[in-house]
Design a protein around this ligand. Structure first.
Ligand code: KG4
Ligand code: ZN
Length: 337
């Protein structure tokens, strides 16, 4: 089955053709990074307008690169949640129009589930596994029992991990987007230069939950001290110390989840899964079987949407033309053991 995937939930405008949920025939990703750079963050209104300009060209290119036409396609999979509503609506409306015109079925896909599917485009991974989803919008530790069966163990109680990276980078003037830049700076810094603690969680919050707001504030307050005391600021040391605290917070919870559930297969996904310290920490950990998607499949892309979409469409699942875009994740089971 050939599935055309469409992804426009944030600032990447992407389309892909994937065969049987596995073989990527094309994966066109047009990023708006340069457009949002002057604002040091994604401006939702500009993002959706840009998607409107780009979407038909991106879809056409994905079909051309795969040497297919819409007549060859068996179904269309499109992200319809979660994300920026205006941006999601562009991809979703385009997919509906294409479905209506071509008579091909379409299905709305949850972006988070797709991130956790991404690694499977490159190798076979047996269920169940622990899913570590770390992106600009979400931080979720889960048990994944099937492509559509995700049980959440822990989430962030405030900022997402990637969001903390982006905010720290913005405050220090490191540039945009922050995650990759901090990762690069950190490689040249001393992670022991500053001691940014893992804020212990309040009573009632779950032990697999994380919190990035306290860490972000501590790192930002450090800059104010530089101003007051006139210290020479060391971007590399700040980056390395922040990164160590941000990633260790995550891996500490994950290792606990591995111990508690007895599941040692771990699949990562989302933009922060591209982080070198996270990759190193998990790849060097004994007793864990870790799967990272390649860099291009960590950040937003339509191949993961087409990949997971195949499984829904093969089962006969379809979305109707009145399906809408949603800003939140849906369909997860929540269980706090
Ligand atoms: O999955 P993604 O492309 O979009 C969302 O669904 O949010 O993730 C983007 C996030 C941004 O916050 C970005 O700063 C972060 O992923 N990111 C990284 C790295 N590369 C991207 N964070 C840490 N280290 C990286 N190497
Ligand atoms: Zn994403």
């Amino acid at each position: 089955m050939l599935i055309l995937g469409i992804e426009s939930s944030c600032d990447e405008c992407s389309a892909a053709v994937v065969d049987d949920g596995k073989t990527i025939l094309s994966n066109e990703i047009a990023t708006q990074i340069d457009i949002h750079k002057p604002y040091e963050g994604v401006v939702p209104e500009i993002a959706s307008r840009t998607h409107t300009e780009w979407i038909s060209g991106v879809v056409r290119k994905a079909l051309e690169d795969s040497d297919k036409t819409i007549a060859d396609i068996d179904g269309i999979a499109v992200t319809n949640r979660p994300g920026l509503i205006g941006s999601l609506m562009v991809g979703l409306s385009f997919a509906k129009g294409l479905s209506l015109a071509s008579g091909k079925p379409f299905i709305g896909i949850d972006h988070i589930m797709a991130h956790l599917y991404a690694a499977q485009l490159e190798r076979d991974i047996e269920y169940p596994f622990l899913g570590l989803l770390v992106s600009g919008g979400h931080t979720i530790i889960s048990i994944v029992r099937d492509f559509d069966d995700i049980e959440v163990l822990g989430t962030t109680i405030d900022d997402a991990c990637g969001e903390a990276y982006d905010k720290v980078a913005k405050h220090y003037g490191f540039g945009y987007p922050g995650g990759q830049l901090i990762d690069r700076l950190a490689a040249k810094g001393d992670p022991r230069a500053f001691n940014f603690p893992d804020p212990s969680l309040h009573k009632g919050e779950h032990r697999y939950d994380v919190s990035y707001s306290g860490l972000k504030t501590a790192v930002i307050n450090q800059l104010d001290q530089f101003h007051v005391e006139g210290y020479e600021k060391s971007p590399e040391n700040i980056a390395a110390s922040f990164q160590k605290a941000a990633i260790n917070m995550l891996t500490k919870r994950l290792f606990k989840a591995v111990a508690d559930t007895g599941i040692n297969r771990v699949v990562a996904g989302g933009g922060v899964a591209a982080n070198s310290y996270l990759r190193e920490s998990l790849e060097n950990k004994k007793n864990i079987d870790i799967y990272f998607p390649s860099m291009e499949l960590c950040t937003d892309n339509a191949a993961m949407i087409a990949g997971i979409g195949y499984h829904y469409l093969k089962r006969g699942d379809r979305s109707s033309l009145d399906v809408t875009a949603g800003s939140r994740v849906a369909g997860f089971r929540k269980k706090y053991p």
